[in-house]
Ligand binder design. Structure first.
Ligand code: PEP
Ligand code: MG
Length: 330
């Protein structure tokens, strides 16, 4: 508790490292009620709003367009000028808790109808949500839209075309909506990560969803304890994949952040920063420690102390190197 109080002391200060790296810290939220706590913990906006929880709250009904709209406006209003990244419905896989969506059992649900695939199958539900977001984004300019589980350019274009269709509908009904919203994709399917350069040509931002990206890249079910010892964010293959995505975004000059759990662990956050990320989104409760880590960490010296994690053969060796360097520097 004492340590936590210590971390919180300078929460109002920017998350800038002693060697001058400026990092933007954002919050992942599941409910509108979390916004105040996120701001108190120093969040500079919402990097991921998991809207599936709005569906859960309305279960067994579906949220109406009004419910969607009012919830999004409430969040955007509280955040004032700070960004709010609304992720469209990401149900399916291990997240099938909504009775409205009871579907036939899939043999391999994590690779089945989930995320944007489910939305494109249930366009009625997708349309309602998109209409509400577009309307809310007209009223609150800090709203941006993010799509989950995009596997590549083809699926992105299908999604974007559907969004255009929804805009056309609103236009023909004379309902005001944001004509030019900021549109981004989660990078959480390995195929999307591999074509990040192509996707970067067509979207405004990326958010790297390491929870799913690790699961799919390393073939490790993120919910299976028996194989969790292999769920390794420091696997050199995964580090290479991350570098590639970050480099692709930087080359095109689009915004890139990480909203997976990796961002909330000091060692992994440190790796993400060393790989070039300057924006991290995490559970509000993790913000103080990551903020503190950034304010005391000399990343230039850290980079010199550890061997390139993309070239160290095993993740545990990289972890040991980070721990040793942390002890030396902090
Ligand atoms: C992720 O996959 O890393 C992510 C942030 O999305 P979720 O945990 O909601 O699947
Ligand atoms: Mg995910």
């Amino acid at each position: 508790k004492e340590e936590e109080a210590n971390y919180r002391k300078d929460l109002g200060e920017p998350a800038t490292s002693p060697d001058g790296l400026e990092i933007e810290l954002l919050a992942n939220i599941e409910l509108a009620t979390e916004v105040d706590g996120a701001l108190t913990n120093g969040a500079r906006g919402v990097g991921l709003y998991r809207t599936e929880f709005l569906f859960l709250a309305c279960d067994p009904e579906l949220p109406t367009e009004k419910t969607h709209f009012e919830t999004y406006c409430q969040i955007a209003e509280k955040l004032k000028d700070e960004v709010v990244t609304i992720r469209t419905l990401d149900l399916g896989g291990e997240k099938f808790f909504n009775r409205t969506f009871v579907r036939e059992k899939e043999i391999n649900p994590v690779m089945g109808v989930r995320g944007v695939r489910l939305c494109l199958m249930r366009k009625d539900i997708f349309r309602t949500q998109l209409r509400a977001i577009l309307r809310a984004a007209h009223k609150y300019k800090n709203i941006r839209i993010m799509f989950p589980l995009i596997s590549g350019v083809r699926e992105w274009r299908t999604t974007r075309d559907f969004l255009q269709e929804v805009m056309e509908e609103l236009r023909s009904e004379g309902i005001p909506f944001e004509e030019n919203p900021s549109l981004g994709v989660m990078i959480e399917v390995p195929s999307a990560a591999m074509v990040a350069d192509l996707l970067a040509e067509e979207v405004d931002f990326f958010s790297i969803g390491t929870n799913d990206l690790i699961q799919y890249f390393l073939a490790i079910d993120r919910a299976n304890d028996d194989v969790s010892y292999l769920y390794d964010p420091l696997h050199p293959g995964f580090v290479r994949l991350l570098s590639q995505v970050i480099a692709a975004a930087q080359k095109k000059g689009i915004d890139v952040s990480c909203c997976g759990e990796m961002a909330s662990s000091p060692i992994y956050a440190c790796l993400l920063i060393l790989l070039g990320l300057r924006k991290l989104s995490m559970n509000p409760s993790s913000l103080p420690i990551i903020h503190h880590m950034i304010r005391v960490m000399d990343f230039t010296r850290m980079g010199k102390l550890i061997n390139d994690p993309a070239k160290v053969p095993t993740g545990p060796d990289t972890r040991a190197a980070f721990l040793k360097a942390f002890r030396e520097l902090l």
